[in-house]
Ligand binder design. Structure first.
Ligand code: TRP
Length: 373
């Protein structure tokens, strides 16, 4: 059944139908007209062109403001519950593109509090993971002059007054309806959404006037930002603008890469050997035998290896189309495709890992209000 799936900030299950999800959440598709408009600012990012970032809230209005000289800042984040994998960095790569094109300031929130509340982790664990994750974020090349990393338990003094204002506008029944909480939910979790809302309003709070905010992130975060957007007008904050992407698929054929399946997950610190092993075991759209595949061809639509090319690793549209063609005609087999992808991932990771090392020198200078890790 097309709508037999679930997407919340804490759980993604079933086969996601992204059209149905957009309708459920009530977001707007990024249509051709909007795409053409975006193209005026810079070369369209492949993630937009390919419909990976595919839906939004108020993006046109944000551009109207921008055209009038009213600059926006970027905000996105990470819940430090484990090591960084490719699914995490995908939207960050997109954020970096937006920062470059619009010369935007950026806030990156690390919710060590959230992962303490929702997972079986100590605050010490989530803080250590936040540092590890921050290295990956910094490695992507965000402008150190324009980018600040918030760690909730460190920067709470700044976040708390805003969170309180939001909290006063959100009832328990809304929290239950939006997030599915029940009587067994710990009370920290119920309050948490206000902390995730806070960075969206922080520059406005500091400036004493409305500063527009753009949040590019996974669509699973929409429940938080629906709540934030509803609260905003009553607090004289601007509603944050949203740009949402699809979930980065797992190597096992699932709709979302998840650390609960280690072998179907590629971490930013994986060795070339590990990557080879993991891609080697990936789910593909191939047939059971080589002979059959030569005749019938494969099915790129369900193939994790193809999805990796499409989402991140093959930027050339022509090459993507060639892959589809050759696969469907049985001209290229899964082994060959896996080998090519392994190489691409390893080239990417080699460079990323070097930058991640360099990030250790910079990450201290990028903390919000200068907190120390
Ligand atoms: N809750 C997010 C997560 O679990 C982390 C996060 C905090 C975030 N603020 C954000 C994600 C803003 C996107 C945009 O990963």
């Amino acid at each position: 059944m097309a709508d037999d799936f679930k997407v919340t900030p804490w759980e993604v299950t079933g086969d996601i139908d992204y059209e149905v999800l957009m309708q459920r959440f009530g977001t707007t598709p990024i249509d051709d007209a909007l795409m053409k408009r975006i193209a005026k600012y810079g070369e369209i990012h492949p993630m937009l062109k390919r419909g990976i970032f595919y839906t939004h809230r108020d993006f046109g209005k944000l551009l109207d403001d921008y055209d009038k000289g009213n600059k926006f800042f970027l905000y996105t984040g990470r819940g430090p519950s484990g090591h960084t994998h490719l699914g995490h960095i995908m939207p960050w790569i997109f954020n970096k593109w937006v920062q470059d094109v619009f010369e935007a300031d950026m806030l990156f929130q690390m919710t060590d509090d959230e992962k303490f509340l929702f997972k079986d982790l100590t605050l010490k664990d989530t803080r250590a993971l936040a540092y590890e994750n921050a290295l990956d974020f910094v490695a992507l090349g965000f402008d150190p002059e324009k980018t600040k990393i918030i760690l909730d338990t460190e920067n709470i003094k700044e976040l708390y007054p805003i969170a309180l204002k939001v909290a006063k506008k959100v009832t328990f029944s809304t929290a239950k309806a939006v997030f599915g909480f029940d009587n067994s939910t710990n009370i920290g979790s119920i309050f948490f959404t206000t902390i995730q809302a806070a960075p969206a309003f922080l520059p406005s709070e500091r400036a004493g006037k409305q500063i527009p905010c753009l949040i590019p992130c996974g669509i699973d975060q929409d429940p938080h930002f629906r709540v934030a957007r509803d609260a905003a007008p009553g607090l004289n904050y601007p509603k944050p603008t949203m740009l949402y992407c699809k979930m980065f698929p797992g190597l096992g054929g699932g709709d979302k890469m998840s650390s609960s399946d280690e072998m179907a997950t590629i971490y930013t610190t994986d060795s070339p050997k590990n990557v080879k092993k993991k891609v080697g075991r990936a789910f593909t759209g191939g047939c059971v035998s080589v002979e059959e595949q030569r005749v019938k061809g494969g099915n790129p639509e369900v193939c994790a290896v193809f999805k990796y090319n499409f989402y991140l690793f093959e930027k050339d549209d022509k090459k993507v189309n060639d892959l589809v063609d050759k696969c469907k005609k049985g001209e290229i087999l899964c082994g060959e495709c896996k080998q090519m992808l392994t190489e691409k991932i390893n080239v990417f990771l080699e460079e990323h890992q070097a930058k991640r090392e360099e990030a250790k020198e910079v990450v201290d200078s990028m903390t919000f209000d200068g907190f120390k890790w």
